[in-house]
Ligand binder design. Structure first.
Ligand code: SF4
Length: 697
């Protein structure tokens, strides 16, 4: 008789509920959880193949020091001693944690608490910086808080869904399935896809705008100016709940239609049609993902979109609102506990002395970080130039996934002391670890994650612990204790979640959005039984779909939202030597650096090798045929992949997937080519607009 365990998929930010069935002989099968409100039983190819990725091949089974097996005591003592020594000699900012949207909220909470409240630095950043930090910054600028106003069902309730910088079909497949089903049931619903590539998502689109890379700010500025000249503006909402409209409008209206055509690369007819659809449709949801976030103007893109929703009052109501689609399974949970170098726990602000004091009093901690820490790209620069003496990397593979990946790998290799916590023994990053700590993986670990619609779900264990692997939260708490700090005496993730809930409600009179006070004091049985719920869930609040801002109530101190007078950037980075624009992204069946999905032959059969998608005219000009090998080069690195010549790709653009590393395909680490150029507000790298040269190999 099989045992069923309800858990959550560990891949994308949709956060689908999964039922794992463990048969008497130990064989695991997975199926979608029909009761989970994110997916109602659906799964995509990656979720369906989860059982094929849980073998122990390549797993780290015991701690290692210098490549030799060690005891947990020896490894943790060494980590505590090296971090303490670096702090004593060079100060708290000489150490750093680089963590991950793959961590559970409880892991994230402890890492953030140790670094910000006890070490006294804010040098804790995450691969979520590469995923959605522009959305965080855009939300905070507009709303005064990092709040996603709506819920997934809004996409189904809308009459117009705009997907900008999102290949929903491949990157958030279950939301794509839900949207496709809603459109099939109600064909009058319109879908607009804004993307330089004609992706599979366009199969359900009524209008595809093949925009120039980074043309989105101009497009949404043009839309704001158009709305202001039409009857779609909600003057009452603007007057009651916002400020800054006049400045944003003045900047937006300075762009002529010719300017818009030039910056977006779109014909006037398409621009006008898009504007007309938005103007005449009340129920509009605008979804944005990495094509918006991963940009040197990512934060301005987010605010340009939000400006249009604020101007029309189309926010926080069923079927209306801006909607950030998060890439990773727990980027949202990380944000909630302050897992970014420029945030405090429970959505409090590191810039606020009052918030810093509140968190310090709650933690009864000896110190509190007084300024933002190093964001991902700057953190690895500091590793490279020797400012960081001790680095702890958890659940991520920056030697493959960071921009300028070769330089990042060299920096890690040269760092005086590197700890890597991972489920695998040999990743491109783990091979440079002085101390390797084996972590629990999906199916073994226990905690919570938050998906893109603010829904907190449990990941539950159903597999035996492999070897001596331990939870990430336990590793960090042990090191905290061994560094001599009180405040790390946790016995289970339930203890941590209870503290996290208590902090969210601590001195929170409604002035902070993140509040899960209903879970203050939760015990282990109640924690084990948590059903997926959307926050806020303050004390006494009943479960249900929650939305923000329909009637204002923003989180700036005056409770008023801000229009942001964004600037339309120059869109091209190319020059004579590097004349094509590289755009990196995901494919349907692989996840990140393939350390898990690479184990499934079924998943690899969809697309078996990395590729460079290019337009036939570009291929002809370069003397390249379909399936030829080509060398791609930027000032930062090179890669060799096979071409895929297709008219889905816009002229002048090359798409290459981000997943492959040296383990799976030599010379295909595409992030080695990505320039370490970042958004000035969020610090998010611009992985969608990189100047490269392409030549036959
Ligand atoms: Fe997992 Fe995302 Fe697929 Fe859902 S859509 S099954 S969360 S990868």
């Amino acid at each position: 008789m099989a045992t069923d365990v309800k858990t959550t998929c560990p891949y994308c930010g949709v956060g689908c509920g999964v039922i794992a069935s463990v048969a008497d002989d130990g064989v695991v099968t997975v199926r979608g959880d029909p009761e989970h409100p994110a997916n109602f039983g659906r799964l995509c190819s990656k979720g369906s193949a989860l059982a094929e990725t849980i073998d122990l091949d390549g797993r780290g089974l015991f701690p290692e020091i210098g490549g030799q097996r060690a005891s947990w005591d020896a490894a943790l003592d060494l980590v505590a001693q090296k971090f303490s020594k670096a702090i004593a000699e060079y100060g708290p900012d000489s150490v750093a944690f680089y963590v991950s949207g793959q961590l559970l909220t409880e892991d994230y909470y402890i890492a953030n608490k140790l670094m910000k409240g006890f070490i006294g630095s804010a040098n804790v950043d995450t691969n979520s910086r590469l995923c959605m930090s522009s959305s965080v910054t855009g939300h905070r600028r507009a709303f005064g808080s990092d709040t996603v106003p709506g819920a997934y069902e809004d996409l189904e309730l809308a009459d117009l869904v705009i997907l900008t910088g999102s290949n929903l079909a491949w990157c958030h497949p279950v939301i794509y399935q839900r949207l496709g089903a809603a459109k099939a049931a109600r064909p009058s619903m319109k879908i607009v896809v804004i993307d330089p590539r004609r992706t599979m998502t366009c199969d359900i689109a009524d209008l595809h705008l093949a925009i120039r890379p980074d043309g989105d700010v101009a497009l949404f500025m043009g839309l704001l100016a158009h709305l202001a000249a039409s009857s779609a503006i909600d003057q009452n909402y603007i007057a009651a709940h916002t400020q800054g409209f006049a400045e944003a409008f003045a900047t937006a209206s300075a762009l002529s239609l010719i300017d818009l055509m030039e910056r977006t690369g779109l014909p006037s007819m398409q621009i006008r049609e898009f504007f007309r659809l938005f103007e005449t449709t009340k129920k509009v949801v605008t979804c944005y993902s990495q094509g918006v976030n991963q940009s040197s103007s990512g934060t301005d893109k987010v605010n340009a979109i939000i400006n249009c929703h604020l101007a029309t009052g189309r926010i926080g109501r069923p079927g209306m609102g801006p909607f950030s689609l998060t890439g990773q399974p727990n980027a949202m949970g990380g944000r909630e506990v302050g897992g970014l170098a420029n945030m405090l726990a429970a959505h409090m602000a590191i810039e606020s002395a009052e918030d810093r004091d509140r968190v310090q009093r709650f933690w009864v901690s000896p110190t509190i970080a007084s300024k933002p820490g190093l964001k991902a790209v700057d953190m690895f620069r500091a590793v490279a130039d020797g400012r960081i003496k001790a680095l702890w990397i958890m659940a991520t593979n920056p030697a493959v996934s960071m921009p300028d990946a070769d330089a990042v790998e060299a920096a890690i290799k040269a760092c005086p002391f590197v700890v890597v916590s991972d489920i695998l023994r040999e990743t491109d990053t783990a091979r440079h670890a002085h101390v390797l700590l084996p972590s629990l993986g999906w199916g073994e670990k226990d905690g919570t994650v938050t998906n893109s619609e603010r829904r907190i779900s449990r990941q539950r264990p159903f597999l035996p612990t492999p070897g001596e692997a331990k939870a990430d939260w336990w590793q960090v708490a042990e090191v905290g204790r061994r560094m001599g700090f009180a405040g790390f005496d946790f016995h289970s993730p339930a203890d941590i979640f209870a503290e996290h809930a208590a902090l969210s409600a601590f001195e929170n009179d409604g002035g902070r959005d993140f509040d899960i006070g209903a879970y203050v004091g939760i015990d282990r049985p109640a924690y084990d039984a948590i059903a997926p719920f959307q926050w806020p869930r303050s004390a006494g609040m009943k479960p249900g779909v929650t939305r923000f801002f329909a009637d204002g109530g923003f989180y700036h101190s005056d409770r008023i939202a801000r229009f942001i007078a964004v600037q339309a950037p120059a869109t091209s980075r190319t020059n004579e030597q590097y004349s094509l624009t590289l755009n990196t992204g995901r494919i349907r069946d692989h996840w990140h650096t393939m350390t898990r999905t690479g184990k499934s032959a079924r998943l690899s059969s969809h697309i078996a090798e990395p590729f460079a998608e290019m337009h036939p005219a570009d291929a002809m000009e370069l003397g390249i045929r379909d399936a030829d090998l080509v060398e791609l080069e930027s000032p930062y690195g090179k890669a060799v992949v096979r071409t895929l010549v297709t008219e889905r790709q816009a002229r002048g653009n090359i798409f290459v997937p981000m997943h492959w590393n040296d383990q799976f395909a030599a010379k295909a680490r595409i992030d080695a080519l990505v320039a370490p150029v970042t958004d000035p507000f969020s610090g998010q790298p611009a992985s969608k607009n990189v100047a490269i040269a392409v030549r036959p190999f």
